[in-house]
Design a protein around this ligand. Structure first.
Ligand SMILES: Cc1ncc(COP(=O)(O)O)c(C=O)c1O
Length: 398
């Protein structure tokens, strides 16, 4: 099997697993218990907090452990919204291609009387700091822009947006779920006030995440109860998962440059191979993208059929289309970068890591090329394109 869906989730690293095992087996104490056995878990928790903080460039008491990216996004946005409300500021700026953890939270706030501006995304999958600057108003309480997009992998100018927000005195949150552990992040240098990350996207376990909140901003509780996480997130801490997250994050951050250079080289080989398929186009900027992300649209193809046939060949990939979630709408991300509906349906996302070999990449290229040819040969839609009954969207190029 070739697992090329690392944006969906990643394999737990051996280092993370080994770090977790003692807390799953013998050190199972509750971190809130006062006896020494419980305090072992507390120590592990606080060490993990230090590790996360060191690798994000912040203080340990600015790190809040959560269940993952969705919870962190919700808590960050609701924190800024409630603060804004108190100051009569009910305008929030975000982008049209955020993850649903952000978009759906914003939709909910809209029902509560907030005004939401979703910035357009350029066709290269990037939002500019000047767009953010132009959209900020006196009543803006939050700018939330993702660090890197989960479908097309494009990296946003986070430091520049951070500068604009700092200058204008507006809270800046970034959903860094796809970036953390893959790109260098320093929240202080980049003027980030709140940041979300999720362990399972960087070889940590599922069900653990972090919300970084700059000192001075009081996080709003989503979960009430015990006094865990400075009283801001109740519930017995998932110590094994948190320890695993910190261990995986530390390992990834220590190797970030070499891993990303190797992954980017493989990514470029994959892009070059897939570009040879006629009437295909890469989604998003060619260079300013996550080292492991390759996202394509192919004319005359249904993304779901492509995925199923690739699965038959032992390749795990993903499509931008939302059909699997019960909707026939194409991906909001692909529509946001201006892909027409019929092309957005024919998308493929392959997300790789540094463990791939050149042979794996070549197998993927060969398999995708073969499956696309087979699907096109069966497609009446493709026949219409070939017969000139419908116009092509992309260049033939080959
Ligand atoms: C950009 C982005 N934000 C948020 C999430 C949600 O993270 P989690 O699965 O940890 O809740 C994801 C997961 O795919 C993501 O890619």
């Amino acid at each position: 099997m070739i697992y090329a869906d690392n944006a969906a989730t990643t394999m737990l690293s051996k280092t993370a697993l080994n770090a977790m095992l003692p807390y799953l087996e013998k050190n199972f104490g509750n971190a809130s218990s006062l006896y020494a056995f419980g305090q072992k878990s507390k120590e592990a928790l606080e060490e993990s907090r230090e590790t996360m903080a060191k690798n994000l460039g912040c203080r340990a008491d600015e790190i809040y452990f959560t269940s993952g990216g969705s919870e962190s996004d919700n808590q960050a946005i609701i924190t800024a919204a409630r603060l804004g409300e108190k100051n009569n500021k009910k305008h929030i700026i975000s982008t049209a291609f955020e993850h649903h953890a952000v978009l759906h939270t914003l939709e909910n706030l809209k029902k509560q009387g907030f005004e939401i501006t979703l910035l357009d995304v350029h066709s290269n999958g990037i939002v500019s700091a000047s767009q953010v600057r132009d959209a900020i108003r006196d009543d803006t309480c939050l700018v939330t822009v993702m660090y890197a997009n989960n479908e097309i992998g494009t990296i946003q100018p986070i430091s520049e947006i951070g500068n604009v927000c700092r200058e204008k005195g507006v809270i800046f949150h970034t959903d860094a779920v796809q970036a953390a552990g893959h790109l260098k992040i320093n929240v202080k240098e980049q003027n980030i006030d709140m940041l979300s990350l999720s362990a399972h996207k960087f070889n940590g376990p599922k069900g653990a995440g972090v919300l970084y909140v700059k000192k001075g901003i009081r996080p709003e509780n989503l979960i009430f109860g015990g006094a865990q996480e400075h009283g801001k997130r109740a519930g017995t801490e998932n110590v094994p998962a948190i320890v695993g997250m910190a261990s995986a994050f530390n390992e990834n951050c220590n190797n970030i440059e070499s891993n990303s250079a190797k992954t980017a080289e493989l990514r470029d080989r994959l892009i070059e191979g897939l570009e040879k398929i006629p009437y295909s186009e890469l989604n998003g900027d060619r260079h300013n993208r996550l080292p492991g992300n390759v996202s394509f649209c192919f004319e005359g193809i249904e993304g779901e059929s492509l995925l199923l046939l690739l699965d038959d060949k032992g390749i795990c990939a993903s499509s931008g289309s939302a059909c699997t979630s019960g909707s026939l709408d194409p991906s909001h991300v692909l529509l946001a970068i201006g892909r027409p509906h019929e092309v957005a349906h024919g998308s493929l996302r392959l997300t790789i890591d540094d463990k791939f070999s050149e042979k794996d990449i070549d197998t993927i290229i060969e398999s995708v090329t073969d499956v696309i040819e087979r699907l096109r040969n069966m497609s009446p839609f493709w026949r219409d394109l070939v017969n000139g009954k419908r116009p092509h969207v992309f260049e033939k190029r080959r």
